[in-house]
Design a protein around this ligand. Structure first.
Ligand SMILES: *Cc1c(COP(=O)(O)O)cnc(C)c1O
Length: 484
């Protein structure tokens, strides 16, 4: 039954009720100050509600949501780690939050220094020479990285390189970014063990290859041990290596993409570097390159001049401008605070703890869930549904987890398996939380045997159960129907 508080704010509307009072118009501004064609002819049709109505409406809505602040969120390939609250405090300091992007350079030296110092810290962590922080998301970073790749070949007069090789295990954004960049995508197969088939790769290499996009550990959470050989092969045919570093958690402070032979990479600050994400933003996908490619980075770049001042640089060889200003600056602040808070020593603990947590869950559950790729994983791993087939699907398990207060893992991705469940616990969860999750996963495996029907109709305790996800994406209802 719908409760009073489930009502939409338009249902609560009563003519004449109001939750605000505008300040007195002491400047003598009248409606004529606006041009006639911009003035509203009919009232806006906003709900007429009191302040408590508004507060309760939004507070109730917020409680229907699931977030990393409300519970464990083991979403593979998304790195939902805890977002330290000190990051928010730093990002809301007025010296940063009140800046205007069009302020003259000399008035924003502190912000430019922070941008510069963060890019240096990311270079240290990744082994790349230079970073641009102007990208708004991981996929935006990929597009920028591919534009840099294309620009590099162009500047050398090497115009025939139009192909990008992408492994079949790649994150979906990789081939999409290549296509948006106007490059054609060629897929390379994975072997049984989940790593790239180097033999098949050899057959694809020629002088039409712009480069390869890969990630290590790959999307199955496995470390590509042949990465140096792959680097030599791709470089040998004149191509470049792109590293998708959205999920660098396993490697942070341990191994660096620059040392593995990669030329270009992006990071997701809103995954590996603890800034909040979900719901579409705001994100940040910094792009790093080797020194041979630094001139192709997007403009403006922040440089430190000999006199110690910071300035914006537009390189004539740049691949172009890819964002209005300097990226999502608030996200940069949060990531910077996170890196400084960990420091050089503790940053090295992120990888081992994330890897330990993933392996602990995997080993504790592999008797009740199908583990297609055995052995040590990195920060995430994939189950292929329940070990015993009772007609209960991965979707059913995912929905039932919500009843127990856990967010579902990533499901039906990667596409290599039919019932994929991709689990990534991160380093920020305690052993008690991991044990509670393992306990519930085991319980659901039991329920799949004793009461499969109940699982097929889960979740039973959430405000929304099984929405039609396709219609929700293709025909979203964004407007209250009575207000058309
Ligand atoms: C999340 C992710 C991306 C895309 O990042 P967005 O910020 O969502 O655009 C790319 N690659 C991998 C491996 C990812 O996990």
């Amino acid at each position: 039954m719908q409760s009073y508080y489930d009502k939409l704010i338009f249902d609560l509307s009563k003519p004449g009720r109001s939750g605000y009072s505008l300040p007195e118009n002491t400047w003598g501004v009248t409606a004529d100050a606006l041009p006639e064609d911009l003035r509203r002819k009919t009232p806006a049709g906003l709900p007429q509600v009191s302040e408590p109505d508004v507060v309760r409406h939004y507070t109730n809505l917020s409680q229907m949501n699931f977030g990393v602040d409300t519970g464990f969120y083991p979403l593979g390939s998304c790195t939902m780690k805890y977002n330290p609250k000190i990051n928010e405090q730093v990002a809301s300091m007025p010296g940063f939050s009140a800046l205007h992007p069009l302020q003259p350079e000399w008035t924003v030296q502190g912000a430019l220094k922070l941008y510069y110092d963060l890019s240096r810290a990311l270079s240290t962590l990744t082994g790349m020479s230079d970073f641009s922080l102007n990208q708004f998301a991981g996929a935006h970073g990929e597009l920028t990285g591919l534009m840099i790749m294309r620009q590099y070949h162009r500047l050398r007069g090497d115009h025939g390189r139009t192909k990008v090789i992408v492994p079949d295990s790649a994150h979906g954004t990789n081939p999409a970014s290549a296509a948006v960049c106007g490059l054609s995508v060629v897929q390379v197969k994975s072997l049984e063990d989940g790593t790239i088939d180097v033999g098949a790769l050899k057959g694809l290499l020629d002088d039409s290859v712009a480069g390869i996009m890969m990630t290590n550990p790959n999307t199955l959470g496995l470390f590509e041990t042949h990465v140096r050989e792959i680097a030599d092969l791709v470089h040998g045919c004149g191509g470049l290596l792109y590293y998708d570093g959205a999920n660098m958690n396993a490697l942070l402070g341990q191994v660096r993409p620059g040392d593995m032979g990669f030329d270009i990479m992006h990071l997701n600050l809103h995954k590996t570097f603890s800034t909040p994400h979900g719901g579409g933003g705001p994100g940040s996908g910094p792009v790093g390159v080797t020194s041979a490619l630094a001139h192709c980075l997007p403009y403006p770049r922040v440089v430190r001049k000999n006199d110690g001042k910071y300035a914006l640089l537009t390189d004539k060889d740049s691949c172009g401008r890819i964002s209005g200003f300097m990226g999502n600056f608030g996200v940069l602040l949060k990531a910077y605070a996170y890196i400084l808070m960990l420091g050089k020593q503790n940053v090295k603990n992120v990888g081992p703890y994330a890897v330990l947590a993933a392996n602990y869950i995997k080993e504790s559950l592999k008797d009740c869930y199908k583990l297609p790729i055995k052995g040590l994983c990195k920060h995430e791993f994939v189950f292929d549904g329940l070990a015993e087939d009772n007609g209960v699907t991965t979707l059913d398990v995912a929905k039932r987890l919500l009843d127990y207060g856990f967010h579902a893992p990533t499901i039906y991705f990667p596409l290599l398996f039919h019932q994929s469940m991709m689990i990534e616990p991160t380093e920020t969860e305690s052993k008690e939380t991991l044990d509670a999750f393992i306990g519930v996963m085991r319980k659901i495996a039991e329920e799949a045997k004793s009461d499969p029907e109940m699982l097929r109709s889960a979740p039973h305790n959430t405000p929304v159960g099984r929405p039609d996800e396709t219609s929700a994406a293709t025909h979203p209802v964004l407007k209250y129907s009575d207000m058309q």
